[in-house]
Design a protein around this ligand. Structure first.
Ligand SMILES: [Fe+2]
Length: 390
């Protein structure tokens, strides 16, 4: 019989003005030797709190990180969440930001600056993604030290391929973090005047569940009954396109690559059409869960007439942006203040996240990231939840 777990789970505490209703810290845990009861407690906590923070985990090996990540979905093949081709193609927007650990290929190294040697990787030249490489407009150079943007709100997922279901969880370990406690102001620049004070190089999280809850009843019904079709080879397809200033999807300028410029002919069976709302397997809550940059078409439940497909890209993006934007309001964003040794687990099917910030040349940062393509696709609303729409 399993011993009960001694793990402590404490919800994160935010100021009263905050609208953040997720996140917890986990302590009294030995990641390298988790009993079944320990893991069950962590799993329950992840689906309940969406983002879990473990302090002082610098000693965790890449193997232990992989094993923890895999334990959330033991039936999953041990493939990195994007497979090999999505990140390996030279035009993919994900390609420059990731280096694979040779002895643990599901674990990636990301960061900024020069690192001589790490886990068998030599002469690393890492680059923290900068919004100027992705956004249609950018913070002027003279303000770059103090002001920044959300780089790209997203779910970690290949979104193409019949065997590449969106990972359940992503694990992130902060190996090296620049000292100094520098902060920046993240601007939305979407006409709202919104901005957010953030620690340098934060990872920003918002809850897809809170995003869904914030919708009007009519929009909730729309979200429950709509399915989202993603572009084939989405990260190559969008490689010449540019982002909105708030990092929440792309502007429509006709820059997306055509079929002839994609890495391989489009395989209809690989196209992913997923529910707009994903159901939490423990709490049953629905999350408005859309990758706003990769979205291509919407399939609406057209009552007796069958499905209505919205194909016009600009309209598709406008609909998704209107639904998602309230969910990234400053008071709803958890901007994690990374310290060396922080291990963060996030429920990739219940939150959106974004890289934020711009490092100076000499500010070195090193992180390890792991996620695994899931064994199953996310579930949409239950029959009971769907019925509320009727
Ligand atoms: Fe990510």
């Amino acid at each position: 019989m399993n011993k009960a777990s001694n793990i402590h789970v404490e919800p994160l505490v935010f100021p009263e003005s905050s609208g953040i209703d997720f996140g917890a810290s986990v302590s009294n845990v030995d990641i390298e030797h988790l009993s079944d009861a320990d893991f069950a407690a962590i799993r329950e906590a992840l689906f309940t709190h969406q983002v879990l923070v473990f302090k002082n985990q610098s000693h965790m090996t890449p193997k232990a990180q992989y094993e923890l990540t895999h334990r959330f979905d033991p039936a999953a093949a041990s493939k990195y969440g994007h497979g090999d081709t999505a990140t390996g193609h030279k035009r993919s927007i994900l390609h420059p930001d990731l280096r694979t650990i040779p002895h643990q290929p599901q674990v990636q190294v990301i960061g900024h600056g020069r690192v001589d040697e790490y886990e068998g990787l030599r002469e690393l030249r890492l680059r923290h993604p900068h919004h100027r490489t992705f956004h249609a407009t950018a913070v002027p150079d003279h303000e770059d030290r103090d002001f920044t943007r959300f780089y790209r709100w997203h779910i970690d997922a290949a979104l193409y391929g019949a065997d590449l279901a969106p990972p359940v969880v992503t694990t992130l370990l902060a190996v090296k973090v620049p000292g100094g406690g520098r902060r920046q102001t993240c601007r939305y620049e979407d006409g709202s005047g919104d901005e957010l004070d953030v620690p340098l190089g934060t990872t920003a999280f918002v809850s897809g569940e809170a995003m869904y809850d914030a919708l009007s009843e009519a929009d909730q019904a729309f979200a429950r009954t709509t399915r989202v079709e993603y572009a084939p080879h989405p990260y190559v397809w969008m490689s010449a396109a540019r982002s909105r200033a708030d990092g929440l999807g792309l502007v429509s300028e006709g820059r997306e690559l055509g079929p002839a410029d994609l890495p391989a002919p489009v395989d209809a069976d690989s196209v992913q059409i997923l529910p707009m709302c994903w159901r939490n397997p423990v709490t049953g809550r629905l999350a408005l869960q859309v990758h706003p940059s990769a979205v291509r078409r919407l399939h609406l439940d057209g009552d007796s007439d069958g499905t209505v497909v919205i194909d016009e890209l600009e309209r598709v993006r406008d609909i998704v942006h209107r639904l998602q934007r309230p969910g990234i309001a400053p008071r709803r964003v958890y901007a994690h203040d990374w310290r060396e040794g922080d291990l963060v687990l996030f429920h990739n099917r219940g939150v959106l996240h974004s890289v934020v910030g711009a490092f100076a040349e000499d500010e070195v940062r090193l992180f390890r990231q792991c996620n695994i393509a899931a064994s199953h696709f996310p579930e949409g609303p239950s029959a009971e939840q769907a019925q509320v729409a009727a």
